[in-house]
Design a protein around this ligand. Structure first.
Ligand code: FES
Length: 116
């Protein structure tokens, strides 16, 4: 088995660090949290948390009903794809809003909607 805690003698830092495999998604205002695998689509994380989420396009980034507001960790979501960028422009998303069906969780994040 690979030992990732080995250090070199000069600076006592790990020789390498594996990327995180799990991230915490916090749902506000309740504060409910779940742990998901890195790369999980935010819409799927919402479903795993058994919270309601609107959608009508089946997660293809067309309807914008799955929009969430990112309260913390916006940098821990995937960069909006071109389809999501078009949707955000067409639907006049605010700067901290994302289509949950398009955004992948890459690290800890906190999100909310108007109906939670
Ligand atoms: S479910 Fe339609 S844009 Fe996300």
């Amino acid at each position: 088995m690979l030992d990732t805690t080995q250090t070199n003698d000069s600076n006592q830092l790990p020789l390498f660090q594996l990327p995180p495999v799990a991230a915490t998604v916090t749902f506000l205002p309740s504060g409910k949290t779940i742990s998901v695998a890195v790369g999980t689509v935010l819409l799927e994380a919402i479903r795993q948390a058994k919270l309601p989420v609107a959608q009508s396009c089946g997660g293809f980034g067309i309807c914008s009903w799955c929009k969430v507001r990112v309260m913390e960790g916006e940098e821990n979501l995937s960069t909006p794809s071109q389809p999501e960028q078009r949707l955000m422009k067409r639907q006049s998303f605010k700067p901290n809003e994302r289509a949950s069906c398009q955004a992948e969780v890459l690290g800890d994040v906190a999100v909310t909607t108007t109906y939670w």
